[in-house]
Ligand binder design. Structure first.
Ligand SMILES: [Zn+2]
Length: 630
């Protein structure tokens, strides 16, 4: 039985600490009783990685931690926020014993881990989640209520990071760019830069623009994301008029192209996957043809293209290799921007998106989701090793978390006797539109336009998005219909759909007429920002999922998704590793909104403007109790 992490060497600062505490797995299975034998075993027997050969990585400088001997009293030189998109909490418990001792495995053993960390908002989507970590605030305050929403002023659908006043850099020529202008609150990085006259550097990196931009904040130096038009790491003129030379040099390497035609196969023997994730080729992994992929290993990565081009770059997002690009780019950012090498604290946020894409395609109980988890552990291990060598982990505070979880594939849930069912947006929309006509139509009043329409990609679509109905206030006024009453009618009509559990009206949410002791109501309230949200919010029963079609019609439809107020979507890891935090497992209730005020307290800066989280003081240690400090 494979029950130990395959990698057992220990990075710098945490080596002494971990050996002092004893490595549970190693001691249990190897019966080594002294440190010398342990060190010898580590040095001689175990390779750095069991991963198959991949794209060559940049040469590493030898360790330079001696240059960076910060005093124990100094605040961290680097805050590293690591987000793994759609990484459910239970991936730690299902796969944690297979993790390496460098990556998530190291964080689990040397960090402070909160076992009951839940988001307290809906919808549990990527942009709202990413806006929480470094603001300490809910979507009702950040204004980031979803990945995209309908904008009443302009009558169009906008993304959370749409910013038409900017241009893309290193992307498609002439394309509009993206930025954080819709984020209404400051971040920890913003507060640092305001406090130290912009000496701190703050950089966000991800495959997704929203996941790079939102944690970094409004005053960030830069955000970079993966451009599927050309395989570059791209940015926008929000940050600068020209990307730095090191970014251009990185892009000129065309690193992504190295995976054209690559085979993605399991990192461990299949038996381990059969035991933990079931069979590979299963019918509920019903892939859209446009995915140009199979529902079983090995996955061959071309996107259906004959050479590296947009379909290939989009396909690469659905593989672990996209995360390798991010790690290589993050290392270049650390080196070239000298992150963590000055007297002031820098902030680097890295969000691994590929785990989310793969989770949408195959579901959380798939061999692919398991393999992505094992690989991102090793990828994070590479990044932490690099930081240990160039900054020193003793000078770094590492935060590890996720932006949401994921629900099982509805058809798989149903087979497991869980009440799973899949719904399409068009079904719910038709039911409500037909009901409104039946309720309100008269000879001279057709009542066909009470749901507001919006433009999106030069097409018109009806206002149902993120389970929010947007009502046409002008039409209701024209026909003498009371808005509050119509909200209730729409809610009751939606309740006729099997699987709809509850609804909340704008009137209820704006008048605070719902109880905050009702956990679903509270999460809806935390996700409601009046100028951007709809007028009726619908909540489905557990495992009953409403699927919105992809915004880009060339994107494949999802097999599984997330967005609900239920624990499979809200429960995420939260681990903080650094000299100021005592390792261990903490059962106190926590939320990802606690990260920002905790970091602000640690760094001695003002808490971000909207912060409502609590300081995670139960794990913060005084100087003399710091691990490894004598
Ligand atoms: Zn996400």
């Amino acid at each position: 039985m494979l029950s130990c992490p395959p990698e057992l060497s220990l990075p710098g600062f945490y080596a002494g600490f971990k050996l002092f505490r004893g490595d549970y797995c190693l001691m249990k299975h190897s019966r080594i009783g002294n440190l010398a034998r342990l060190a010898a075993l580590v040095f001689f027997l175990f390779p750095a990685s069991l991963l198959p050969a991949q794209q060559p990585r940049p040469a590493r400088r030898p360790g330079v931690r001696a240059e960076n001997k910060a005093s124990a009293k100094a605040r961290p030189r680097l805050v590293l926020l690591i987000v793994v998109d759609q990484f459910r909490y239970d991936y730690l418990t299902r796969f944690g014993d297979l993790f390496s001792s460098h990556g998530i495995g190291l964080l689990m053993r040397a960090g402070a881990s909160w076992t009951e960390t839940n988001f307290d908002h809906v919808p549990t989507f990527t942009a709202p989640g990413h806006a929480v970590f470094m603001t300490g605030a809910w979507p009702s305050q950040t204004g980031i209520i979803a990945n995209e929403w309908y904008e009443r002023d302009t009558g169009r659908k906008v993304k959370s990071v749409t910013d038409d006043s900017t241009q893309m850099l290193a992307g498609k020529p002439g394309e509009k760019g993206y930025g954080p202008r819709r984020l209404l609150c400051s971040t920890v990085g913003d507060e640092l830069r305001v406090a130290d006259n912009d000496r701190s550097k703050v950089i966000g990196i991800s495959a997704k623009n929203r996941s790079a931009i939102l944690p970094a904040g409004r005053r960030a130096n830069a955000a970079y994301w993966f451009g599927t038009d050309n395989g570059n790491m791209v940015s926008s003129t929000y940050y600068f008029n020209q990307e730095p030379d090191w970014v251009t040099r990185f892009n000129n390497r065309h690193m992504a192209d190295g995976w054209f035609g690559a085979h993605w196969d399991r990192v461990l023997p299949e038996a381990e996957y059969l035991r933990r994730a079931g069979k590979d080729d299963v019918p509920w992994e019903n892939l859209d043809k446009s995915s140009n992929d199979t529902n079983f290993f090995p996955h061959v990565i071309t996107g259906g293209a004959a050479k590296p081009s947009k379909p290939f770059y989009k396909a690469l997002d659905y593989t672990p290799f996209a995360n390798d690009v991010l790690v290589a780019f993050a290392e270049e950012a650390i080196t070239n921007e000298r992150l963590g090498n000055g007297e002031d604290t820098d902030v680097l946020s890295v969000s691994f998106s590929a785990n989310d894409y793969v989770g949408h395609r195959f579901g959380p109980y798939s061999q692919e989701a398991m393999d992505m988890s094992l690989r991102v552990d090793r990828q994070i291990g590479s990044l932490l090793d690099f930081i240990d060598a160039h900054v020193g982990l003793r000078n770094t505070t590492v935060v590890f978390t996720a932006d949401h979880g994921a629900s099982p594939v509805p058809e798989q849930a149903a087979l497991m006797n869980l009440p799973g069912r899949r719904y399409q947006k068009a079904e719910l929309l038709k039911l409500v539109e037909d009901g409104l006509k039946a309720r309100y139509a008269l000879a001279d009043r057709p009542a066909t336009d009470y749901i507001q329409t919006f433009t999106n990609r030069e097409e018109t679509e009806s206002g149902l998005l993120n389970s929010n109905f947007y009502l046409n206030r002008m039409a209701l006024k024209r026909d003498g219909i009371d808005l509050d009453e119509c909200e209730r009618v729409v809610g009751e009509l939606a309740m006729r759909m099997p699987g709809v559990a509850r609804y909340f009206t704008r009137a209820q949410l704006e008048n605070n007429s719902i109880s905050s002791s009702d956990p679903i109501a509270r999460r809806v309230l935390h996700g409601f920002y009046p100028p951007r949200s709809g007028d009726v919010v619908v909540v489905f029963e557990p495992y009953n999922i409403l699927f919105d079609p992809p915004d880009d019609p060339t994107d494949p439809r999802s097999t599984a998704t997330h967005g609900s107020p239920y624990s499979y979507d809200t429960h995420v890891p939260l681990i903080i590793m650094g000299p100021d935090f005592a390792s261990g497992s903490y059962g106190q209730a926590a939320t990802p909104a606690d990260i920002a005020p905790t970091l602000a307290g640690l760094l001695g800066v003002q808490a971000p403007s909207c912060s409502v989280g609590r300081v995670l003081s139960e794990a913060m240690v005084s100087e003399r109790h710091r691990p490894g400090v004598r």
